[in-house]
Design a binder for this molecule. Structure first.
Ligand code: SAH
Ligand code: SF4
Ligand code: F3S
Length: 487
């Protein structure tokens, strides 16, 4: 399952599949599961990694009541679409897909269609008024209720549950790994978001922030490792504000502690995490990353804008100087760490000079890559209520192009500097272009492509020297490790 395209020239609409068909998720070994009802579900996911991770929870819940996943929408008795509301385009894509499912439903009467995720939460019961073909509307905290909602829909009524919870973390549900490469997996460590960034719809669609039981996270990581996985990504909207109190001894587990616990599962298990908020990334977290070879040297630290006035309007609660200081701390504490970002062009009232500050921040922070967007006003957000969306589409697009152009140059330069260096790569599988080549990531999250080497395969670590670089990929060659020969 590919979530992010590595090519930073694409904006995230494309990278996250918002402009194309979502990934049809599939769990291979589920085919061998008991399937007493003979019913099949098809699920498509849009949006962030949290949504993809949630779809795996949904698959597990449906598996319990006898639904088996299928890749083929035509076979499905139940069609689910896990939706995103982050920008207007994301919602448009979902509506287009619903038109396609409508046709499907006509060909196979009795097929049920359910809308899950953020758009379900945002539009609630309005969804079934607007889109008559929709049988179920299920918010991100209501997936346990899916079997009941399916039963309601089978009885010919609309199944709606958009209740947002303060506690739900699905901690006890073991996700069905959909379309997995068997090497890397997501672990959701928290849900919701308490940061009211003024442009953002997430606090409304995902509700209050809550952290999952640290021991259930650890158990999931352990189990994945035992099943052969070699990389876990700890997921949350703001992972560095993770906070969980152990009810047995009242001890607080913060994000740095959690990272350390997961890193100790095995030196062979890589640990990644996303997303970090600049206001919460502490030196303690950075020092923990620096101490463990298997905690990847890569931080996604979205800046959004390089200008302090705009950051204030965005309610990001840090300014340009604070952000720069955090970048310097990363360089000081973890010198080989790559940093990436999310950037919004053309936020309300942004001037040309303020836009220039964003450009200079890309240079300063030396991002290895960024996800770049132009501002899209979302109903109900603070910005929609307080600030006019007054930058014309033309100017937004031009500023975005300037940001993308510069980021490409910076990424290219970043990758060129890697030529000649040797990296440890976790092999993920064949490269996209050739079955004669492997691909995998280095610790800095850069994709490396290199000729296959006998004796190596997916899930194994290999040393690769970078020999060529584009702005998106490093090409390289195997470096045999020096072995001591016993006398
Ligand atoms: N929790 C993460 C972001 C999640 S949304 C964080 O705080 O970094 C992913 C990205 O979408 C955001 O970082 C932002 O760059 C972008 N985004 C969010 N709302 C947007 C909007 N209204 N218009 C354009 N881009 C937006
Ligand atoms: Fe949205 Fe801000 Fe929360 Fe990220 S931290 S999800 S941008 S409100
Ligand atoms: Fe989209 Fe919801 Fe994620 S709005 S980005 S799917 S949290």
């Amino acid at each position: 399952m590919r979530l992010y395209n590595d090519n930073p020239t694409l904006d995230r609409h494309e990278q996250l599949g918002e402009n194309r068909q979502g990934e049809a998720l599939f769990f291979e070994s589920a085919q061998t599961q008991a399937n007493p009802t003979g019913k099949q579900f098809y699920i498509e996911s849009y949006g962030c990694q949290m949504n993809f991770s949630d779809s795996e929870i949904v698959a597990s819940i449906l598996g319990e009541v006898g639904f088996r996943p299928t890749r083929n929408v035509e076979e499905a008795d139940l069609i689910l679409i896990n939706t995103c509301s982050i920008r207007e385009k994301a919602e448009e894509t979902v509506r287009k897909r619903l038109r396609v499912f409508d046709q499907q439903k006509r060909q196979k009467p009795g097929t049920l269609v359910g809308v899950l995720g953020c758009m379900a939460e945002r539009l609630k019961a309005k969804f079934v008024e607007e889109e008559r073909l929709v049988d179920m509307v299920v918010g991100p905290d209501s997936y346990r209720d899916l079997p009941n909602l399916v039963a309601t829909a089978e009885d010919g009524e609309k199944g709606i549950n958009v209740f947002l919870s303060r506690e739900e973390t699905y901690a006890d549900i073991s996700p069905l790994r959909l379309d997995s490469n068997g090497v890397s997996a997501f672990i959701s460590i928290m849900r919701g978001c308490d940061n009211m960034c003024s442009f953002c719809v997430v606090p409304f669609t995902r509700g209050r922030e809550r952290s999952r039981d640290a021991f259930s996270i650890l158990a999931e990581a352990q189990e994945l490792f035992e099943r052969g996985y070699r990389e876990v990504t700890l997921l949350g909207q703001n992972v560095d504000s993770y906070k969980w109190t152990n009810p047995e001894n009242a001890k607080l587990v913060n994000f740095a502690h959690l990272l350390e616990m997961v890193a100790q599962v095995s030196p062979l298990l890589r640990v990644r995490f996303s997303t970090s908020h600049p206001k919460d990334i502490t030196n303690e977290v950075l020092e923990t990353i620096g101490r463990y070879n298997n905690i990847c040297k890569y931080i996604h630290l979205p800046v959004q804008s390089g200008n302090s006035r705009v950051l204030d309007l965005m309610n990001r609660t840090y300014d340009r100087e604070w952000y720069m200081e955090r970048i310097e701390a990363i360089r000081r504490i973890i010198p080989d760490c790559a940093v990436s970002s999310d950037i919004i062009a053309g936020f309300c009232s942004e001037t040309e000079e303020e836009h220039q500050d964003t450009l200079s921040m890309i240079e300063f922070a030396d991002y290895s890559m960024s996800y770049m967007f132009y501002y899209s006003e979302r109903p109900g957000t603070l910005a929609a209520r307080k600030y006019p969306d007054d930058i014309s589409l033309e100017v937004k697009k031009r500023r975005l192009q300037e940001i993308i152009r510069l980021q490409n140059q910076v990424s290219y330069r970043h990758n060129q500097r890697d030529i000649g260096k040797v990296f440890e790569v976790l092999i993920e599988g064949d490269s996209k272009r050739s079955d004669q080549e492997f691909c995998g990531r280095n610790s800095q999250n850069k994709m490396m492509v290199f000729p296959k080497v006998e004796g190596f395969g997916p899930g194994m670590y290999i040393k690769v020297r970078a020999t060529e670089a584009s702005s998106a990929t490093l090409r390289g060659e195997y470096v045999p490790e020096f072995k001591l020969v016993e006398a």
